[in-house]
Design a protein around this ligand. Sequence first.
Ligand code: ATP
Ligand code: MG
Length: 263
Amino acid sequence: MTQDSMTPVLEARGISKRFGGVTAVNNVSLKVMPGEIVSLIGPNGAGKTTTFNLVSGVLPPTQGQILFEGRDTAGLKPSEFARLGIGRTFQNLALFRHGTVVENLLVGRHIHFRYSVLESLLFWGRPRRDEIAAREKVEQIIEFLEIEELRDKSVSQLAYGQQKRVELGRALACEPKLLLLDEIVAGMNREEKEDIARFTLDIRDEFGVAVLMIEHDMQVVMDLSDRVYVLDFGSKIAEGTPAEVAADPVVLRAYLGEEAEHV
Ligand SMILES: Nc1ncnc2c1ncn2[C@@H]1O[C@H](COP(=O)(O)OP(=O)(O)OP(=O)(O)O)[C@@H](O)[C@H]1O
Ligand SMILES: [Mg+2]
């Protein structure tokens, strides 16, 4: 193994997040290695989305350290996290509803453009080259996600499963090294779920992107994950292969507790 393949793409060391009196994330450590698909599971309110918000720079941790490819991310702005190579989909749809599919994908790409408006005026050659490269990348993604027939449609006209696919495309447009998927298959039918599962595997295998996904669908977790972390009430209660975690009595108890509350 080379040094590079041994450095985690993402490493969280003892991260915590408190909101007033609520400890949403409590001293959680996790790693995603290059080329891995890792799932983060746990009952509702376990702290999964908050963990994503911490590792993608949306929220600063109350405690702990977040390293991306071995570099400490403390003090970076959210836009700088995206430039490091973190792409993300959100639990609730986060697209420009009135933009077309192509426009939404271009927005995902624009984090790579670092110049100011003044620079664009003075050095118009560079922005134009970037614009052409962005359009090429977006066309590749459209082909990869098999959404050619949707490209010029307004996002607001699309079915929910199609919108989720566009959101995945937008996250890919920034050419991430790590993709964070927050319950991407929730609300999808079996066929749509299978499509997303296939895309996720292809994203890893063809583009070499590591994936950290929050997922409630156990079939998807079992089929895709190399490793799984389990959160409950903000704390990590288990980690291991899908089979190990599924057989862990502590995990079963956490989920049964949730079922019991719903009775
Ligand atoms: N901005 C916030 N302010 C206050 N409390 C918050 C905030 N965000 C999350 N919480 C609380 O933190 C806890 C964890 O929430 P989080 O959304 O991370 O859970 P989750 O595991 O993603 O749940 P779900 O499966 O329902 O999506 C919850 O008790 C939630 O109410
Ligand atoms: Mg959530």
